[in-house]
Design a protein around this ligand. Structure first.
Ligand code: PLP
Length: 368
């Protein structure tokens, strides 16, 4: 048996006819940017998330960069300000901060759920702290009432990195609507994936939305009139026409991920393997990734590869240890560093069939 980590061809085949029809319509329309497809998708995603504004942008990193840049243009953030960010995250969360000449302040994760340890945030708040960027890593919600209180008490902005968690719900509210602004990614491998790059910002703040929209369009609201030194970061009509179709099926597809995760969690029994925690409200988790831990991770990965099962590591090197962040290389985050040596992501997707799930479970249980 050969099981790919993620079979994008099969995923997109699920809705092939509908996607192809919409793509063809867009192709023939002769209108490829800032048109009806993007507008419809923005409206439908806003309705789905329950948020006032969605602004389609070029990718998830830009979504996060643009939020911070807009707060700078609005005079709310200044160069040198600090943003709290999990030490255990994909590097894009951190790049969005440093690209704007703000300082990331890393906070260790909770070892059991791998998300930022909300109980450790307050000790890192200084007079320069302007925001917390929370990352719903692996599709797991990194938010609770305590985080909301911290944000309020210290008068901070809450930015969500929602790249991995579209559709996750906390107490009836979707991620992407828990803070002041949020970034989405439609990278092909994400739960809602385009046929290339795509991203979006969500917010209920009218002024922030208008500022982001302008910055992402050369700094302009009106053709040839530029109020910001902007950039070109737009979602195009082709991607929007694919995403608008796939959005209709996101709940169904997230539910299939939940079913698979439930089988893994119930049926994988091996003392060498630690399964992902089930936290309160876990049913609303969207399982972008199913991440296990093992102190013998590399040997386990090889055992699975020998059986034809492809796995990945999210992530093998934490941001503070990357070469590009030499200024942070001397910092020590023991929990984050331990995780990078122990985590392993199993195949999970809406097209993984029961037979494959059983095969993966058997392979996990036969590891000794
Ligand atoms: C994918 C991802 C991003 C960046 O999204 P792109 O669309 O690839 O730029 C940011 N943060 C996290 C946590 C991600 O997983």
């Amino acid at each position: 048996m050969e099981i790919k980590f993620l079979d994008l061809q099969k995923i997109n085949k699920l809705h092939q006819e509908e996607i192809e029809n919409n793509l063809l319509k867009t192709f023939r329309s002769g209108w490829y940017l800032q048109g009806i497809e993007t507008k419809n998708f923005e409206k439908n995603l806003a309705q789905y998330i329950g948020v006032k504004h969605i602004i389609g942008v070029a990718n998830g990193l830009d979504a996060l960069r643009l939020i911070i840049r807009a707060y700078i243009e609005l005079g709310i953030f200044q160069e040198g300000d600090e943003i709290i960010v999990p030490a255990n995250t994909y590097i894009a969360s951190v790049l969005a901060i440093t690209d704007n000449n703000l300082t990331p302040v890393f906070v260790e994760p909770d070892i059991n759920n791998q998300n930022i340890d909300i109980n450790k945030i307050e000790q890192h708040i200084t007079s320069r702290t302007k925001a917390i960027m929370t990352v719903h890593l692996y599709g797991k919600i990194a938010y609770n009432d305590k985080l909301s209180e911290i944000v309020k008490n210290h008068n901070l902005k809450l930015i969500e990195d929602n790249a991995q968690a579209i559709g996750a719900i906390y107490n009836g509210i979707k991620t992407g609507n828990l803070g002041d602004a949020s970034g989405f990614s439609f990278y092909p491998g994400k739960n809602l994936g385009a046929l290339g790059d795509g991203g979006a910002v969500s917010t209920n703040d009218d002024e922030l939305a208008a500022t982001i929209k302008a910055i992402a369009n050369y700094g302009s609201n009106e053709k040839y009139v530029n109020i910001y030194k902007g950039l070109n970061s737009r979602l195009d009509e082709i991607q929007a026409s694919v995403l608008d179709i796939k959005l209709k099926y996101i709940n169904q597809e997230n539910n299939r991920r939940r079913q698979i995760s439930e089988r893994y969690s119930n049926e994988i029994i091996n003392s060498k393997i630690i399964l992902p925690s089930t936290q309160e409200g876990d049913l609303e988790h969207v399982w972008h990734l199913y991440v296990i831990r093992s102190s013998e991770r590399d040997r386990l990965q090889k055992h699975l590869a020998d059986k034809g099962i492809q796995t990945l590591i999210h992530y093998p090197i934490p941001p503070h240890l990357q070469k590009c962040y030499s200024e942070y290389n001397q910092l020590k985050f023991p929990i984050t560093e331990q995780l990078s040596g122990e985590v392993l992501s199993l195949p999970i997707s809406p097209v993984l069939d029961e037979e494959s799930v059983t095969y993966i479970i058997d392979a996990m249980n036969s590891f000794e």
